[in-house]
Design a protein. Sequence first.
Length: 1126
Amino acid sequence: MFSKFFQRNTAQQQSPPPQQQPPPQPQPQPQQQPQPPPPPPVEVQDNVSKGVLTRKDMNPRIALHYGIPSTASILAFDHIQSLIAIGTLDGRIKVIGGNNIEGLLVSPKQLPFKYLEFLQNQGFLVSVSNENEIQVWDLEQRRIASSLQWESNITAFSVIYCSSYMYIGDEYGMVYVLKYDAEEVKLVPMPYHVPADVAADASGMSSPKNRSVVGVLPQPSSQGNKVLLAYEDGLIILWDISEDKVVLVKGNKDLELKCKIAADSHKDIRPDLSDDISDYEPLEKEIASLCWASTDGSVLAVGYVDGDILLWNLSRTTSKDMHAAKSSNEVVKLLLSTGERRLPVIVLHWSAHRSHNECRGRLFVYGGDAIGSEEVLTILSLDWSSGIESLKCTGRVDLTLNGSFADMVLLPSGGVMGPSGTLVLTNPGQLNLYNDAGLSSSISLQEKGNYVSSIQYPMVVPTIEPRLTLAKLGLVFRDGKFSKALSEAISSRKLQATHCPKSTNWPLTGGVPSQLHDAEKYQVERLYIAGYQDGTVKIWDATYPTFALIYVLGPEVKGINVADANASVSALGFCSDTLSLAIGNERGMVRLYKLVQNADEMTLKFVTGTEKEVYSLDQGDGPQCTAVFSFLSSPVHALQFANFGARLAVGFHCAQVALLDTSTSSVLFVTDSLSGSSSPVNSLAVKLFSDSSELINNQEDTESKTMGDHLSLEVFAMTKDAHVVVIDGNTGGIISSQSIKSEKEVISPSMYILEGDDLISEVSSGKHVSNSFQKSEAKSEPGPDVACSESTPLKVDHETSARAAHFKQRVENFLLLFCCEDALNLYSLNEVDSNPIRKVNLMKPCCWSTMFKKDDKECGVILLYQTGEIEIRSLPDLEVVGESSLMSILRWNLKTNMEKTICSSENAQIFLVNGCEFAAISLLACENDFRIPESLPCLHDELLASAAAAAATISSSSNQKIEQDASSGILGGLIKGFQGSMAEHDVDLFEVCKNNFAHLESIFSSPPFLKPSIDLVDDQKVVKLCIDDIDIDEPLYRGTERERLFEGASTDSQPELRTADEIKAKYRKEDVSAVAARAKDKLIQRQEKLERLDERTAELQSGAENFASMASELAKQMEKRKWWNV
């Protein structure tokens, strides 16, 4: 009967009924090549019950993301929180901290970011897209808090350090101010702005139409009162926002007198100073980049489109002399190359040496070299201790980059973040750290192109080096026999890892790990297992959305020399009951591991086709290798545990299947080729039945059977060309064998068995099957040494043909689902009719599929198409209930062989790998295995933010003491870290703390030139009135009239009089009770004084009323009198 249901009329397959409409077809991605239109969907029968899944059950979202996207293009750094943000060209922002804490923010629009900056230490990130949409991201909530669409093109953007204010420069020369109001959760445009006419008035020329703002830099050490504005045509203005006037003007006309420094990479590293300006002709120089080259804002470095770098001295111009006399000491020119055609200077960053009076440091330059030269990042060591006119280039190093340059940030020196350095982002998605020690060593060698070692960003889940070949999700039952032991072992390893020094010097430490679980009660629920091309297998604890690497299994077993052990991993199998792991590789080798060691079993068995060797080994802590099988040289394609880990079915590339007894480490049987074309085995499943045709699903069912009950084990195998074989698991004989008939070639099918009572068991090689079988008591000897046989017709074993008669009884109420590249076919195993009860032709080629559950009941199938689209269909009616795509969720395009690295859970979680990225997406709205948001690590450390605020308060009140003692204690280290972290922004910590920019609120709240006068308010001191300072009774002067006239003043020097309270405070020694009693008396005195004050007030009020009455009466009387009576 089993062979019959596979046979069907080809004509019926090609003539589908017209009543079913094709499912909606999403727009194809432009990267994909057009596919020929497939046949319309086919519905063979209508007697299939309706599925329980609905569209409301679907909610695709990102549950986890690791790695840097290949489209990364821009960096931002929070110096206090130690977080880095990476913007991409497709609208994503990657946020990375320490301790495997990472997050992915996805903008609604797939647009590049022009600007990206943190609101330092506030938990917010600001981005500006190419369409000039300003977005503020809440890092705690991982979502957009506020957005604002800017009408004009934004050409410059800057955040005032340690504030919520930001400058925006546009294409029309205007500079605006925005504020993010965290309480109101919105971006607020402020009335203050810098008009475009300011540039024209300052330059003395009419404003050209294309004079756009290209740079806005708040000046350090100016308390936020001054901002430098740079325009595209080379004009530079220092604007005072408190006085609404131009303080300084620099431009191309100031370049007639200058010094020239040649730091040519093709010449000696020590350049000569030249005062010859005869060869210089003033030209209009367009600004490409700029940065402060001093921490006090006295020197500005400007990079130009023509490859020049000018260092402007701004310290000699005051607000009273805006156009100071021209001097050769005001500007210095740097040349990275003497070539006539040079690259624009795109990036400039300055790192100061604070120990050398701010007159020494490093200038990081990208660009400025000759066109056609090797792409490098140039680092110049500059010194102007004797004045900027005596500028010296003391060293140079060119960093050869791994990929094309994208962006860079400077890390703080010293403090809580550890070693300082430079983070360089290159394409595609590579982040490297160059520490200061290595850079200093390279610069001191005075050699061009000296190699500088770097530290690559440590990926939580490595995917490229070595290349990840496949993955599997292992479920750990909370009430399992070995679950507690595994959880204790993993918790112990994590505890040891936290106390051991890290091998990498990666500097990022931001974020707060999840505190949801208690270490003593921690329970492992999931393991993510990845196999690599070099034969290595790595295992992560995937219980929470912060993965922790716990085990690394090398390709070789300690103490045994095994050939071909380092071959690429090609198959993985995991048993949740015994916590056993099976690893198959491309050379046909299968290794068995137990994640929980057994002290009584310290032997390893090496099994070949003809012999078995036993080794006694001490493999140390961690998983224990119990057996190695190597009897076929064909790659292993599928591994499936059975009988609660006592059996292991192995499917090979040569279309053969073997069954292993893991308890005795023996080979029970090896079949001949199951396919005439030797097509690889893709899917395996093993079912265990009793004589009463009951399916054995759990260990309790197994234990309830008596020894007299006969148990039959049957292996279902499916090859890549859709050939299905049922094998007798006890004898290795073939029960039934048949292929799916089709005029088209069937490619890459997956097979699923849907059991009765809504129980579905996945049998695809991509997912673990919990259904197992009773361990057979019969002892099986290893079969003979077998090689891949030639393609021969497969025949049913006559000895097992009798058992085929009982097959119909055992498969009653079973459904069989085939997910092929172009169709879904659902069969009933107990019907004589061979036609499928449900068939759907797919509109696009399918490359991967899986089953999933809802409320512990299998209810749907997930299809992934070659276009990257995801489709969710309900069971058993196969109706579409949800659609999404990798592009809409992750901004990914499906790449070749990506489906091989995909694995899934039974709750519709899909784990994927794309280049350097690893992600987990959840499709069901009700699914929350990761316990999000409670278990998500926090991207903003509130405790650290509070500590920074406390440090700022302390430092502002005792600057000198902290500067002396900052080298000791936790607070000192914290303050040192904050101080070093502001080197990139040229901001002094104590200056920031002392001037917290609170005055900016009043400045920005009014338009320019219309500020209210605040001079009187600023000049007058606030007088605090204390009740103890009020004298209720009038002083009684006893003395001469002269003494009264001068109110007791005298020219004679008299001893200072002290009050009783002053004398008591200095000389009285009291205990606590006395102090309390005295405080009580003081309160009573104050109460009496207040009462007397009320009495005097009443008297004065009464007197005033009487005086007013008398004045009124006198006025009336005077009115009655005539003028001559006066």
